[in-house]
Design a protein around this ligand. Structure first.
Ligand code: BES
Ligand code: ZN
Length: 857
């Protein structure tokens, strides 16, 4: 028997759950009555429970025979076994349980969140976070996505508090000193989507979308930050009803900001929970990046109401069906809402992140076997989300958006209120498109990696070749390397679109590259070409020297995504050793006139990576190179917005100031930043919200102890979640060792919330000035952090080891993880170590050449 899958002899169809949380004792009591179907005359029922005490269990079978069950809890297996003396009659029965638990502080299951009210007094609320497998911490249940059931929730709470769950309130009554809130029945859904929030909550005026009221909830005093989130919630709800061609499946839609929240947000049907930064924002004081974050997360979770909630993957190996789709739909919805944001261009940054990890030997296929809960947790990564969304975009563009949408509609209709897997989606898209979807798609979903498409001109012919792209020639050797990675397929079916300029005209050629090599004759008067035109393909392009040079000569003729891909692919190809680094750095000099923020962000990211691996002596030269590349763009934009300037340009200004003031160590920029910030703080000259966050970062980088304490106070007393984040991350920028130590201490002493602390440590590990101190601290405090942080914390934090890009630090990282036998779930650690190896290998291979190149600056 599989220790991770429950037997199907007895299955639930309906839960009537009553919970009574006590925010003073931080405990809860519960009762539930579960309607069950008994398929075989068993005398044992097995379901999930963990960190609960079950006081009583009674089973009534289909013949009305009632018996008390003996309860055994297996904490390691997270299971509860109920044994009855006489075998149960088959058919419909009922199970009644009484249980107890604590409101924990690990931000999972049924947990507590603590915050200060407007007068500074600490307050407690209770919330739930169940995905992937933590519903079992709040009530005993069949905690697997395929055991869908109806949920009827009743809460017995302090009458001064408010309760929110998945559905509308059906009744509110009194029972002694308690208020009894009974919620309407849910649709048939999975356990991981149940939500309960109890506290002193404020709500906005609902907006109706058809019959659905949409509201934002938050702790007292923050309602003024809810308008923007509500607007995108309403807009995306309308968008999805239209796109999916199906009504919203719930009876109301609440979006709740929770002060302590492990993930970014969670798609509980009708009661979506968020960390505050992802929902609450002051539209007039926020940067484009901060606003886009809110729009993205809200649209993403709304997309899940259909993809995930109405139709759910059968098991966690298919989590990409949830997350990749929600990410893809998030782009469509935000793009429709604010086309001027050019959301699909910005998606290039996400695609690039996926291409990075998927270029490792230690990558995994998007769909991957999952057994234990920790393996399910490790599936929520860049491959599931960003690679998944990228290949969906590629498929949508290949089939055509209308055909794709018809297939999606059909899939949802066929599997609503039930479960599905990848094959079901392929079948629906196949019916809609009359195309062999598995033949095209299986290589992208079930195989690791992706192709490097080499593009060359030989005589009058265009030659396209594909091979797998990897950064390193060999898989990494490390202590955890279990078995050899399965051999990747020799090739993919790659939908390649080539835009060819010839005789003063442009034409697009569509090629489905199925073989290792394909040839096409070129038109007369051939001038140049762009492979991956439009930039939707999930592959890299390597042009031959002649083609690359021609492209660089006509950059304004390329779309922003195409320029983005040109830089990103050239960088990756050079990191992989297929192009000299000096050539890449020369290429960056051709982008001084670039005005797209995404292209700049990929350029700046590559400089950050180099900064981590050059020698200290070369660092000032790299700073000079950064100034050489970026200063002209900032000078051209100026420091203050021009009338009629778009939001993206304003954001670019902020990004350039930040890059020049930190990585470029530009003293003039630092001085100007200090001046502008002072003027803003005095109220004399308000600064554009896209520039202000950059000023704060620059002042941290160039700041002293006085500034550090000033920023810490601003962090503590911030008026918006965004302001809080700006000052928090600015604390990580101060280079003084004593201040680095102080910030580190704050990641475990309660000054910084545990939802944020792992990310703070990660950025300290990634930065040259702090990485060694941070690494010593992490080694020493690993166990403490493991105890304090939410479960994803250490995994997110440990990603910072990628920044420890010196040979001796790399050796020490291996030693530590080896000695401590640390497993971060799935292939996570192996991927981090391989990324670290890629960086150190680049340093070993190109160090001297880089030094020689930088000598001119
Ligand atoms: N379903 C996830 C939340 C989640 C993540 C639960 C990991 C359990 C483990 C949710 O839909 C989600 O994807 N949230 C993202 C934000 C989103 C905009 C990419 C997150 O939390 O980062
Ligand atoms: Zn999601």
């Amino acid at each position: 028997m599989d220790p991770y899958r429950l037997p199907r002899t007895v299955v639930p169809s309906r839960y009537d759950i009553r919970l009574e949380p006590d925010l003073t004792t931080l405990t809860f009591r519960g009762e539930e009555s579960i309607a069950i179907q008994v398929a075989e005359p068993v005398s044992e029922i097995v379901l999930n429970a963990v960190e609960l005490i079950v006081d009583e269990a009674v089973v009534v079978d289909a013949q009305g025979h009632e018996q008390r069950a003996a309860v055994t809890l297996d904490e390691a297996a997270e299971r509860c076994r109920l044994a009855v003396a006489a075998p149960l009659a088959t058919g419909t029965g009922r199970l009644r349980l009484a249980f107890r638990g604590t409101l924990n502080d690990k931000l999972r299951g049924f947990y507590r969140s603590v915050y200060k009210d407007p007068s500074g007094v600490p307050r407690t609320m209770a919330a739930t976070q169940f995905e992937a497998t933590d519903a079992r911490r709040a009530f005993p249940c069949w905690d697997e996505p395929a055991f869908k059931a109806v949920f009827s929730v009743t809460l017995a709470i302090d009458p001064t508090l408010t309760a929110v769950s998945n559905t509308r309130v059906a009744s509110e009554t009194r029972e002694g000193a308690r208020k009894i809130v009974r919620f309407a029945d849910s649709i048939v859904m999975s356990t991981y989507l149940v939500a309960i929030v109890v506290g002193e909550l404020e709500q906005t005026e609902p907006t109706l979308v058809g019959p659905t009221p949409v509201r934002i909830w938050c702790v007292p005093g923050k309602r003024r930050l809810a308008a923007f989130g509500q607007e995108i919630a309403v807009a995306s709800l309308k968008f999805f009803e239209d796109y999916y061609g199906l009504p919203y499946p719930g009876d109301k839609l609440d979006l709740l900001a929770i002060p302590d929240f492990a993930a970014g947000a969670m798609e509980n049907l009708g009661a979506i929970t968020f960390r505050e930064t992802a929902l609450l924002v002051d539209e007039r004081a926020a940067s484009h990046a901060e606003l886009q974050r809110v729009a993205d997360v809200v649209a993403h979770e709304n997309a899940h109401m259909w993809f995930g909630d109405l139709v759910t993957m059968s098991w966690w190996n298919g989590i990409w069906l949830n997350e990749a789709f929600a990410t893809f739909m998030e782009m469509l919805a935000v793009d429709a809402w604010k086309p001027e944001w050019q959301r699909w261009v910005a998606f290039g940054v996400s695609r690039a992140a996926a291409l990075s990890v998927d270029g490792l030997h230690s990558t995994r296929p998007i769909e991957f076997p999952v057994r234990a809960p920790r393996e399910a947790d490790a599936m929520f990564d860049v491959l599931t989300y960003e690679k998944g969304a990228s290949v969906l975009r590629m498929l949508e563009q290949y089939l055509g958006p209308d055909v794709f949408r018809v297939g999606v509609h059909e899939y949802l209709v066929r599997h609503r209120f039930a479960n599905a897997d990848t094959g079901d989606l392929w079948a629906a898209l196949g019916r809609a498109s009359q195309q062999p979807i598995p033949a095209v798609m299986d290589g992208w979903i079930f195989a690791p990696g992706y192709p490097l498409v080499s593009v060359g001109v030989e005589g009058r012919e265009l030659v396209l070749r594909q091979q797998r792209f990897t950064y390193l020639a060999e898989p990494l050797r490390w202590f955890g390397a279990a078995s050899a990675t399965p051999a990747p397929p020799a090739r993919w079916q790659v939908p390649v679109q080539v835009r060819i300029a010839a005789g003063g005209r442009e034409m697009v050629e569509r090629v489905l590259l199925t073989e290792p090599e394909t040839r096409r004759s070129l038109p007369a008067g051939f001038e140049s070409l762009v492979a991956n035109e439009g930039g939707h393909g999930f592959y890299r392009v390597r042009y031959d020297d002649g083609l690359l040079e021609r492209l660089l000569g006509r950059l304004p003729g390329l779309g922003a995504i195409e320029r983005f891909n040109l830089v990103n692919d050239a960088w990756a190809v050079s990191v992989a050793g297929l192009m000299p680094q000096a050539r890449y750095l020369e290429l960056t000099a051709r982008f001084r006139d670039e005005r797209d923020k995404n292209v700049w962000s990929i350029l700046i990211a590559s400089f950050h990576t180099l900064n981590r691996l050059v020698t200290p002596a070369d660092r000032p030269k790299l700073e000079a190179l950064v100034r050489d590349r970026a200063a002209g763009a900032l000078a051209a934009l100026g420091w203050t917005p021009r009338a009629g300037e778009d939001e993206l340009t304003r954001q670019l200004r902020g990004d350039l100031i930040r890059a020049l003031g930190t990585l470029g160590n530009d003293q003039a920029v630092q001085a100007r930043a200090a001046e502008l910030y002072a003027g803003h703080e005095r109220g004399a000259a308000p600064v554009d919200p896209n520039v202000l966050p950059a000023l704060i970062a620059v002042l941290g980088h160039a700041g002293d102890e006085g500034r550090y304490h000033e920023f810490f106070e601003r962090f503590r007393t911030a008026k918006t979640p965004q302001e809080e984040q700006r000052y928090l991350y600015a604390l990580t920028a101060f280079p003084q060792p004593a201040l680095v130590e102080q910030t580190l201490a704050r990641t475990i002493n309660g000054d910084i919330r545990t939802q944020d602390a792992p990310f703070v440590v990660r950025s300290l590990l990634m930065a040259v000035h702090s990485r060694e101190i941070a690494w010593e601290f992490v080694k020493k405090q690993w166990d403490t952090m493991d105890r304090l942080y939410p479960k994803h914390g250490l995994r997110r934090m440990a990603e910072g080891v990628i920044g420890l890009a010196t040979p001796s630090l790399e050796a020490d990282v291996h030693r530590f993880f080896h000695e401590r036998r640390i497993d971060l779930g799935g292939k996570t650690l192996e991927q981090y170590l391989e990324q670290l190896r890629v960086a150190v290998a680049l340093r070993e291979r190109e160090g001297a050449a880089l030094s020689a190149y930088l000598a001119r600056y």
